[in-house]
Structures are given as structure tokens and as C-alpha cells.
Design a protein around this ligand. Structure first.
Ligand code: URA
Length: 219
């Protein structure tokens, strides 16, 4: 609730001509805040289209909301937009995106339009650094609301940052936890390696392939 009040206040200030604000120490949204958010993806997208809850809003070009089938059985959650995503306002359209598309097509035997794809944070961190706790906290409710709306059977956490912030397990490495389903509300969550990691480490192809086969078998 406090976060929403702050968001309204920031919008008002922006309306009055304020462009930027000081660093915000934000706390995670609570479940009740989700009830105050729009109930459709389109409305949620416009609700956050000029978000300035965290410092990433200062340097981003576009808010990268997410895209795909609003009733998807499978939802992929990456880390944060990169340069091309920031330019185009679309998720996973760079090299990592091409790799993700190939995984979806060749292993899940689906099209990109059949799944839903989003990120932990909706704005590009400068120099593609890992988003901070505060940036993730500011954006978390938006992702949770996307999950609530899409209601995927399976959420695929792409990489350690996505896994940690979705589950709250900040200690386990992705290589330890990948490949096993975890309960996540009414969905199941499968952690796996990030496609960008696969590009740098082609030897993990087999592991990702096996993780996707488990997902395919669960659908
Ligand atoms: N592009 C995205 O949209 N997300 C990532 O995590 C990486 C690249």
C-alpha cells in the first residue's frame, strides 16, 4: 500500500514537472497491493508505462513489459532487458532471445507466441549490470501480477537472479537447483540456466535440454 501511495505521489510530482527523484529505498510490495492493480495485461502494461519507482527509470529508453499468450501454460522469467530490448521495448529479442526462441521451438515444440515471457525487472540496468535488491523490490509486484493474470502451469526461472528473487532462496546456486520442479503458488517453477549463460557455456546445452523435456512432459 505504501508503495502505491509513493507511486501516485511520484506521478503527481512528474505531472508538476519533476523529472527525476532521489534514490529510493523501497520495500517489497505485499499481497494486498496486487489487488489494487489492473486485472488485465494490457491495463497493467499501461499502468507501468511511465513508472518511475526506481532509478532504472532514469536511464531506460522503454519499459519492457513482457509479451506472449495471456493464457500460456508456460511462462519464462528472465532477468532484465538488454540494449536491444530497451531500444525496442520487447523482451528477449537479442542473441539470448534467439537462443530462447530455439529452445521453445526445438524442444518444447511451441512457438514464442504460445508462451509468455517477462523479466524480473522491466527496465534495462545500465551496462547490463545485475539489478539491485531495491530495483527488484520495486518491480516485483508487477511480475507477480503478470503471473497472477497469466496463471501459467509452469514458470521457468531463467538463471540465478530470476530463481533467487522468485523463490526468495538467495543462497543456492542455479547449477544446484536447476532441473527440479518447485511449488510456486498454484504453478510449478522450474529453474534452469539463462540462455545467455548457454551462449557462453555451450556445454550446458544437455542440461537445459533435459530441463525442457521435463517441462514438456508436465504439460
Ligand atoms: N533479454 C531479456 O529480455 N531478458 C534477459 O534476461 C536477457 C535478455
Amino acid at each position: 500500500m505504501e508503495e502505491l501511495k509513493l507511486l501516485k505521489q511520484l506521478y503527481e510530482q512528474r505531472f508538476l514537472g519533476y523529472k527525476y527523484f532521489n534514490d529510493i529505498k523501497s520495500t517489497p510490495f505485499s499481497g494486498s497491493d496486487l489487488k489494487d492493480m489492473p486485472e488485465s495485461l494490457d491495463e497493467l502494461q499501461s499502468y507501468i508505462s511511465d513508472c518511475s519507482l526506481c532509478n532504472l527509470s532514469k536511464s531506460r529508453k522503454k519499459v519492457v513489459f513482457g509479451e506472449g499468450n495471456s493464457n500460456a501454460d508456460v511462462m519464462f522469467v528472465g532477468e532484465a532487458p538488454g540494449e536491444l530490448e530497451d531500444d525496442l521495448g520487447r523482451v528477449f529479442v537479442g542473441r539470448a532471445g534467439e537462443t530462447l526462441d530455439r529452445i521453445i521451438q526445438n524442444v518444447l515444440l511451441m512457438k514464442r507466441e504460445d508462451v509468455y515471457i517477462a523479466n524480473i525487472v522491466k527496465c534495462r540496468p545500465p551496462q547490463n549490470r545485475i539489478p539491485t535488491d531495491e530495483e527488484i523490490s520495486s518491480c516485483r509486484a508487477f511480475l507477480l501480477k503478470q503471473i497472477e493474470i497469466v496463471k501459467p502451469k509452469i514458470i521457468v526461472a531463467l538463471g540465478g537472479t530470476s530463481y533467487s528473487y522468485l523463490t526468495g532462496d538467495m543462497d543456492s546456486s542455479i547449477s544446484k537447483v536447476r532441473g527440479e520442479f518447485i511449488s510456486f503458488g498454484s504453478s510449478k517453477l522450474m529453474p534452469t540456466f539463462h540462455p545467455a549463460y548457454l551462449l557462453r557455456n555451450p556445454s550446458v546445452k544437455r542440461e537445459i535440454f533435459n530441463d525442457m523435456l521435463k517441462i514438456k512432459a508436465m504439460l
